[in-house]
Design a binder for this molecule. Structure first.
Ligand code: NDP
Length: 326
């Protein structure tokens, strides 16, 4: 028996999350059982801890879209007991039971061995958010960062915090957009060289092209902010579109693509192929300063999760929550 945070739905369709003891035989099918050490909290987890936002189909459900831990048993030759592993994506925590438990049974294909230089706690301080930030940086690098400051939107959130720390460590000037002025010192401690007020860049402009300012952008916000940024990126520069914290629409013009050769790069962390996952985790272990990661960590336990889920949906979580499931 082990502890799990189960979300159930009553006859009226109302969901509730409770800490429960469950048996290993109840776990879904898979070829590797993992003793989970840590998980974290993402926007999607906030949805799955509450009414589900259409992501969860079957109840009772164990949320947690990512986790890190140690292989307990494996029917797959790639993994043996004692191996340190991390899992993000593949709809784990949505369609499949996830990381808000002391154990999980998953497909071997979904796991990535933890590279040297990063432990399970640090891996969950990174989590899906940081993994996605790394994918976005790799995409910008592949298309060329055009000097100048790299803009990071939603900077005090999970994706933004890790993106800021890695970009600064790689030697880029980072302009951090935040709607929370009180996070300025935190963002500077991560390496941001410039703080941009959200209101400054959120206003819609009627001009499709403005002065060329940014050498590239990692955008966690979408909507009017992304549209505005496209018109401010330097010639041939790229914007990695990661999130929709400000909305899923894109009220933009194609002019920046046509007259400035700007690239809009889509970033998906969920179905990312294995080789890229491995490359991203190796880059994280190498390029993310672990002292800066440590400063982002907000520790939590399984019983804190229902409240944290509500907080992240309201944009009130700063940095990276690390959930010790034991
Ligand atoms: P967080 O909630 O931690 O961060 C989002 C940040 O966006 C907030 O901290 C806030 O930053 C800013 N923000 C919130 N609301 C608004 C608004 N209305 N307008 C402008 N800015 C706003 O989330 P994550 O960092 O974990 O994720 C960021 C986005 O990326 C989410 O939309 C998430 O769903 C998506 N995502 C996508 C993935 C993929 O595979 N493509 C994977 C992981 C996440 P501040 O206070 O600094 O302004």
């Amino acid at each position: 028996m082990f502890n799990a945070l189960m979300v159930d739905k009553d006859a009226e369709g109302k969901t509730s999350a409770k800490l429960q003891q469950i048996d290993i035989a109840q776990l879904p099918a898979g070829d590797v059982v993992v003793d989970i050490a840590y998980s974290t909290v993402n926007y999607k987890d906030g949805l799955c801890l509450g009414p589900g936002g259409g992501l969860v189909r079957n109840y009772p459900h164990i949320p947690g879209i990512d986790f890190a831990g140690t292989v307990a048993s494996s029917d797959d030759p790639r993994y043996a007991p004692g191996d340190q592993v991390v899992l993000t994506g593949w709809r784990v925590g949505e369609a499949h039971w996830g990381g808000y438990a002391q154990k999980a049974r998953v497909k071997a294909d979904w796991l990535v061995p933890l590279p040297a230089g990063i432990d399970a706690r640090q891996a969950m301080a990174v989590g899906t958010a940081g993994f996605t930030a790394m994918l976005a940086i790799m995409a910008l690098e592949d298309h060329g960062i055009k000097g100048g400051p790299v803009l990071v939107t939603g900077a005090a959130g999970g994706v933004g915090s890790i993106a800021t720390a890695i970009l600064a460590n790689l030697g880029h000037a980072v302009a951090a957009v935040t709607g929370r002025p009180e996070t300025a010192d935190y963002l500077k401690s991560l390496g941001a060289t410039q703080i941009v007020a959200r209101a400054e860049i959120n206003e819609t402009t009627k001009r499709p092209l403005e002065a060329e300012i940014w050498g590239g952008c990692i955008d966690a916000v979408g909507s009017a902010m992304l549209a505005r940024v496209l018109g401010q990126v330097k010639y041939g520069g790229s914007v990695a579109a990661v999130g929709l914290a400000g909305g899923a629409d894109l009220p933009a013009s194609v002019i920046p693509f046509l007259l400035r050769g700007v690239n809009l790069l889509g970033i998906d962390s969920v179905m990312q192929p294995y080789e890229n996952r491995l490359r991203a985790w190796e880059r994280i272990a190498k390029d993310l300063p672990m002292d800066k990661l440590e400063a982002m960590i907000v520790p939590a336990t399984l019983s804190d999760l229902p409240q944290l889920g509500r907080d992240i949906l309201k944009g009130q979580v700063q940095g990276r929550v690390v959930v010790d499931v034991n």
